[in-house]
Design a protein around this ligand. Structure first.
Ligand SMILES: C[S@@+](CC[C@H](N)C(=O)[O-])C[C@H]1O[C@@H](n2cnc3c(N)ncnc32)[C@H](O)[C@@H]1O
Length: 254
């Protein structure tokens, strides 16, 4: 019988209220300049305001920046995105379409090598053991750890902030890897379209999570609210012990 890897886990998902049509990316830029979370992100040296959504997708890299800080010194953070972006310190990146089977295979290969993407040992002495350290063979051989190992479930947390990038409408002069969003928008402005696209991306992330998450692992996904989100919620409730649906203060309502 196939037993799900994260029956006793927590899933967190963050809905974004239905989007209204944006007149132009100029309005978006003006709003960015006024936004308190954008300012706070700049003060803390974070790549964008997105870090405040969960204090924890990838480009331009705010969530992964927080994740890398939180999993030091032994954690490893892998960011996957369609667009190229300069990774924050301590983050490994894969540029590709997460929906493509070959990209998912590539991610699995990456995960299979326990040393890949981990900080190298320095001469400054042995880092102290951490809860996030890989399990020793001895403990991994027992119980669920052993089963996780056999099934190659090695991931503690899957975070998905994927939303389809829409066509560039301005800023064609900007070709920046460190600030890719100076030239991109993440919503089409058509609520149904944004919702349907985000459900596909959440479902793909969830499917992948069932294969790679350790027992007790966590799954976090952002989505645009709409008709299909109840179904996703029910699926999550069947798979995880706890499911929290929340809209963080830093998430925009329109
Ligand atoms: C809101 S942004 C992520 C921001 C990120 N969480 C951060 O903290 O910087 C959404 C990202 O999802 C990416 N994306 C959308 N569809 C994707 C896919 N099929 N595969 C990989 N990345 C995708 C987009 O390119 C975009 O960069």
């Amino acid at each position: 019988m196939f037993s799900l890897p994260f029956r006793s886990c927590r899933a967190v998902w963050t809905p974004v209220a239905g989007q209204v049509r944006q007149a132009s990316s100029k309005r978006w830029q003006a709003r960015q300049q006024k936004d308190q979370f954008t300012k706070e992100a700049a003060v803390q040296g974070l790549k964008s305001r997105a870090a405040f959504k969960l204090l924890q997708g990838y480009a331009p890299g705010s969530w992964s920046q927080v994740a890398a800080n939180r999993t030091q010194p032994h954690g490893r953070v892998i960011g996957v995105d369609l667009i190229p972006a300069q990774p924050p310190k301590g983050v490994s990146t894969i540029q590709g379409n997460f929906l493509a089977p070959e990209i998912q295979t590539y991610i699995r290969d990456f995960l299979r090598d326990p040393e890949r993407g981990r900080p190298r040992q320095t001469d400054l002495g042995q880092p102290s053991p951490s809860l996030l350290e890989p399990k020793t063979d001895e403990s991994a051989a027992e119980g669920k750890d052993g089963q996780d190992k056999i099934l190659e479930r090695t991931v503690d947390v899957v975070l998905s902030d994927m939303s389809a990038p829409w066509h560039q409408t301005s800023g064609f002069w900007k070709r920046s890897l460190s600030a890719p969003y100076h030239r991109m928008m993440n919503t089409s402005g058509v609520a149904f379209k944004d919702h349907a696209g985000s459900m596909d991306l959440c479902n793909a992330a969830l499917q992948f999570s069932t294969d790679v998450l350790k027992t007790g692992g966590h799954f976090v996904c952002k989505f645009y609210q709409g008709a299909e989100d109840k179904e996703l919620e029910m699926q999550l409730k069947a798979l995880f012990k706890k499911v929290h649906r929340l809209k963080p203060e830093s998430s925009r309502s329109v």
